[in-house]
Design a protein around this ligand. Structure first.
Ligand code: ADP
Length: 153
């Protein structure tokens, strides 16, 4: 039987406890979860890609989680990696509006590519990468929002 692989795409700048929760809850549903960091070499990230890969790997050490960076279409990469499912978290109706159309497009691009949505755990719903970047930029320790620890600014 084919291995059931889920591809979890995102910017993950940074990967947060909200993202970790989605991966941990997806693990019993799939044989493997691949965290895909969408990264365009021309677009600057706040947290370096190499560090983020290492931090996510450290977070899921010993679990069936792989981490890759990619700069192609998400559905294409997932398909190439043998993943038949995309994994996304839903925090609110704004997420829903966006995810609704993108999931239709992805299913059109790669036939049968289903997106599986997990509703955010309520205590993690307010965590967003954008807010964490802003806090960190102004010198706030953001470790309580992350599943690994980073050096302070
Ligand atoms: P993108 O740039 O693709 O939106 P993100 O890194 O912001 O990438 O998010 C990746 C995925 O994780 C999205 O499906 C998003 O809805 C989900 N996500 C973001 N923050 C949380 C959170 N606090 N709890 C659960 N899911 C989240």
């Amino acid at each position: 039987m084919d291995k059931k692989i889920a591809f979890f795409p995102g910017s993950f700048d940074p990967f947060t406890k909200g993202h970790e929760d989605i991966v941990l809850r997806a693990l019993p549903l799939f044989d493997e979860v691949i965290v895909g960091i969408g990264h365009n070499a021309n677009k600057a990230r706040y947290f370096p890609i190499e560090k983020m890969i290492a931090w996510i790997e450290e977070t899921f050490a010993g679990k069936n989680v792989r981490v890759i960076a990619y700069n192609q279409l998400t559905a294409t990469v997932a398909n190439e990696m043998g993943a038949k499912f995309l994994l996304r978290g839903l925090r609110n109706t704004t997420d829903f509006e966006y995810e609704n159309s993108i999931s239709q497009v992805n299913r059109h691009l790669v036939q049968g590519m289903e997106t599986v949505f997990l509703i955010t755990s309520p205590h993690l719903a307010p965590i967003s990468s954008t807010i964490i970047r802003d806090l960190h930029r102004y010198g706030t320790n953001v470790n309580e929002f992350l599943p690994y620890s980073i050096e302070e600014k």
